[in-house]
Design a protein around this ligand. Structure first.
Ligand SMILES: [Zn+2]
Length: 403
């Protein structure tokens, strides 16, 4: 793979003979390449070469098989992190490593998880990724309202950098999206020198970090390759002086929902990518989040979605479900759930408030892996607003997915 940045903001990459246009993201999800260029706006025209290298890698990693050649020399440390993590030869080598900056920024999407992360660090600036059209790839997903999300981010009153990018259109399949989850940080990486960043906070919660949630494996994942500090991505970001920080990595989506709805940013919370004046209430994400919100607010489910809709059909089938721990939490807590589209799922679980109460507290090892500079603030917040898991609750996390 050969990567070139022109004007500091347009990335072009050329595949070597051994590279392929099909690949897998780090969570093993199969993806396919559409085009070999993209741009990032709202960033300075120069940054440390290691920042360019990591930003590139978030976009080209799935296609690269053996080596990557950058258009400027990177540090030996950065090349080593690529070699250790992926077995990739990276060069040319010759730059001094970047020293971590002093500040933590939040990679801010506006969803409940990232609002919760932001609430823990009220002084942290935001970097918001906004999708824009690609000059050569048609937009087949026009209902994605990135403009609405960007406006909401601007209303938070925080120091805000909005990064615009078409990098999601480098994917042909499954649809426009990040080649690696970390590509959401490409702009933040290129801003790291200007913002003096030493860490970047993501809204990934306990399900994503520790329970193999979403589209990953449904088991306890202490060595999660994407988000563990000692994983390959954690070490790569650290080599560029921008530590991955997960302020809400120890709490469930029930907790992030509760924190977000109680946050000063409450009015700007938006997890739905479709609605303009509010969430659309009709997509799969709205349904899933409504279950969690109803559970947190101890009220009946309020959704226009009926059981015959495609987004509801997965709950007629056997688990596992994405975010299964939250489905169980909702089944145990939402009044009248047996009369809703979630009723079939009740047959698969024997859940109670007691058996799901571990999802109301913080998993302490998640705090221990926050870099020391920011750990005390996150820990104090969790102790005051959430509470830490007991030993038996910790075991619920660590036995997740084993029979
Ligand atoms: Zn929606």
């Amino acid at each position: 793979m050969r990567v070139t940045w022109s004007a500091g903001t347009t990335l072009t990459f050329r595949l070597d003979p051994e590279d392929e246009i099909t690949g897998q993201a780090s969570d093993e999800y199969p993806i396919k390449l559409a085009t070999n260029s993209c741009s990032i706006g709202g960033v300075p025209g120069d940054a440390h070469p290691d920042l360019y290298a990591v930003a590139s890698w978030t976009i080209v990693a799935p296609w690269t098989r053996r080596r990557i050649t950058f258009d400027r020399a990177v540090s030996a440390e950065l090349a080593q992190a690529l070699h250790d993590g992926w077995g990739i030869e990276a060069g040319p080598v010759g730059a001094q490593p970047r020293r971590p900056g002093a500040r933590l920024a939040i990679s801010y999407s506006g969803g409940a998880d990232s609002v919760a992360a932001a609430t823990i660090f009220p002084e942290a600036p935001f970097v918001h990724f906004r999708r824009v059209a690609h000059p050569r790839v048609p937009n087949r997903w026009p209902h994605y309202r990135s403009d609405v999300l960007a406006k909401l981010a601007a209303r938070t009153g925080r120091e805000l950098s909005t990064v615009t990018s078409d990098l999601e259109y480098t994917l042909a399949e499954p649809r426009p999206g990040y080649p690696e989850h970390h590509a959401v940080a490409a702009g933040a990486l290129l801003l790291a020198d200007r913002l003096d960043l030493g860490g970047l906070g993501f809204g990934y919660e306990m399900g994503s970090r520790w329970l193999g949630g979403g589209r990953y494996l449904w088991r306890f994942t202490p060595d999660n390759p994407m988000w563990a500090p000692h994983g390959r991505w954690g070490r790569l970001f650290a080599a560029a002086g921008v530590h991955i920080v997960l302020p809400v990595g120890g709490v469930s989506e029930a907790v992030t929902m509760r924190l977000a709805l109680g946050s000063p940013l409450r009015e700007q919370v938006r997890w739905c990518l479709r609605g303009t004046d509010g969430p659309c209430r009709n997509c799969g994400k709205c349904l899933y989040k409504e279950l969690i919100q109803a559970a947190v607010e101890r009220r009946p489910l309020d959704t226009p979605i009926t059981a015959d809709r495609p987004v509801a059909r997965k709950y007629l089938k056997k688990p596992p479900y994405g975010g299964q721990e939250m489905i169980q939490y909702g089944l145990a807590r939402v009044p009248g759930i047996e009369n809703t589209l979630f009723a079939p799922a009740l047959d698969y679980f024997d859940v109670s408030e007691e058996s799901t109460s571990w999802l109301d507290r913080c998993y302490p090892p998640a705090l221990e892996e926050i870099p020391e500079r920011w750990r005390a603030q996150a820990a104090a917040f969790m102790e005051e607003n959430v509470g830490l898991m007991t030993e038996p609750e910790v075991r619920r996390v660590e036995s997740w997915g084993s029979a």
